[in-house]
Design a protein around this ligand. Structure first.
Ligand code: BG6
Length: 375
């Protein structure tokens, strides 16, 4: 039975299911009137969470990009430092972790061999673990000390989309919970963040309306062999995932890079043959975000002087960007820590339409599988 719900492919169906996945992941865990987050299935005591010194995050592929964004959220809201590791590298790093540290293991399938091995390694070294998984009772979820499920629904397409945005929402919820338990956030701060979280599904609905613009971009760019995706701070993981999305489904080479790093090498590549996709949103209530935005504007001016074509993801109403970039896809205003959940959607759509335009099998890219259960 064709369960694509009238969509031509699973990937586009799952991109459009993100508002529902976010709603079902967020709503049961927050109380606006209490300004509180409830994460009963974490199964780690508040006292132990208060005693934490560090958080380590381990994952593979797109799930690791969620972890990279989550690290910013946890540091900002819970005042906890941490590292993010590739699961496939974790065992070689002989990580110096142990009691007093929490390892967050992120996995859509809950069966990825590298990630399973990494969780076992962390536990062997005395670290408690919390798994973020999209599959009930998966191996990694069962073996973890605590589990936080994403409720994105079954994700069939090999490229991860709705699980990714749900993972970032869960990481934000966990960061908020840690901040709440560790007394780092006022009641009003928590209430404001909870309200922003509850507004997310509707904002993603708004971004999905840019699908025709992304399809139009694909019509113009599908023959281009190389792309550079750029983002600063918490937007860098989104540039990384936008690049991964494009290369894993369309086979077009794409690289994600921190925007500030282009001057240390990649700038030599940027000319009329290498389009630049840059995350250049701005949370006007956040001075750091404004500073980063102004630097990105300067970067874009430089790329334009090098004859590069620039596709920008910007905040709605940003007329300066519309006049500067060759193409701009707008996302609604959102706090800096939540904006990544909106920014990835046009990049998912772009990758999807580029692939369809190339006539490839977008749900089953060559050489890839949905869950790599062998190391
Ligand atoms: C890859 C998938 O095989 O594994 C990616 O194609 C995914 O989409 C990665 O991000 C990690 O998988 P999981 O299930 O551990 O998140």
């Amino acid at each position: 039975m064709d369960d694509k719900g009238g969509f031509p492919h699973y990937m586009i169906k799952e991109i459009f299911e993100q508002p529902r996945g976010l709603r079902e992941t967020i709503a049961p865990r927050v109380s606006l009137e209490d300004s509180a987050v409830r994460l009963d299935d974490v199964r780690i005591s508040a006292e132990e969470l208060r005693g934490l010194r560090r958080i380590n995050i381990v994952a593979s592929g797109t799930s690791r990009h969620a972890g990279m964004a989550g690290q910013f959220m946890i540091q900002e809201l819970a005042n906890l430092p941490g590292d993010v590791d590739y699961a496939s590298e974790f065992e070689y790093r002989n990580p110096l972790i142990g009691p007093g540290e929490l390892t967050i293991v992120i996995t859509q399938s809950g069966e990825t061999a590298d990630t399973t091995a990494a969780q076992r390694e962390a536990q062997a070294k005395g670290s408690r673990t919390v798994a973020i998984s999209n599959v009930l009772d998966s191996t990694i979820a069962r073996e973890a000390d605590g589990v936080l499920y994403t409720h994105a629904g079954p994700e069939i397409s090999i490229a991860s989309t709705k699980a990714f945005t749900a993972q970032m929402a869960v990481l934000f919820l966990f960061a908020l919970y840690l901040g709440q338990v560790r007394g780092k956030l006022t009641r009003e701060q928590r209430r404001q963040y909870i309200r922003e979280l509850l507004d997310l599904p509707e904002k993603v609905e708004a971004v999905l309306k840019s699908a025709p613009d992304c399809e139009h971009l694909a019509d113009r760019y599908y023959k281009v062999p190389d792309f550079l995706f750029l983002g600063r701070a918490i937007h860098y993981p989104i540039a990384m995932d936008g690049a991964l999305k494009l290369k894993e489904v369309s086979y077009i080479h794409a690289e994600g890079y921190p925007t500030g790093e282009t001057k240390h090498g990649p700038n030599a590549l940027i000319d009329e043959n290498l389009p630049v996709v840059i995350i250049a949103t701005c949370d006007r209530n956040n001075p750091g975000s404004v500073l980063r935005y102004e630097k990105s504007v300067a970067n874009i001016k430089g790329f334009k002087q090098q004859s590069a074509r620039v596709i920008a993801i910007a905040t709605e109403g940003d007329r300066e960007m519309a006049g500067l970039a060759d193409h701009t896809v707008f996302v609604p205003r959102a706090p800096e820590l939540l904006s990544p959940i909106l920014e990835i959607v046009p990049l998912q759509l772009f990758a999807y339409y580029m692939t369809v335009r190339k006539g490839l099998d977008v749900d089953r890219p060559r050489n890839l599988v949905k869950s790599v259960t062998l190391e």
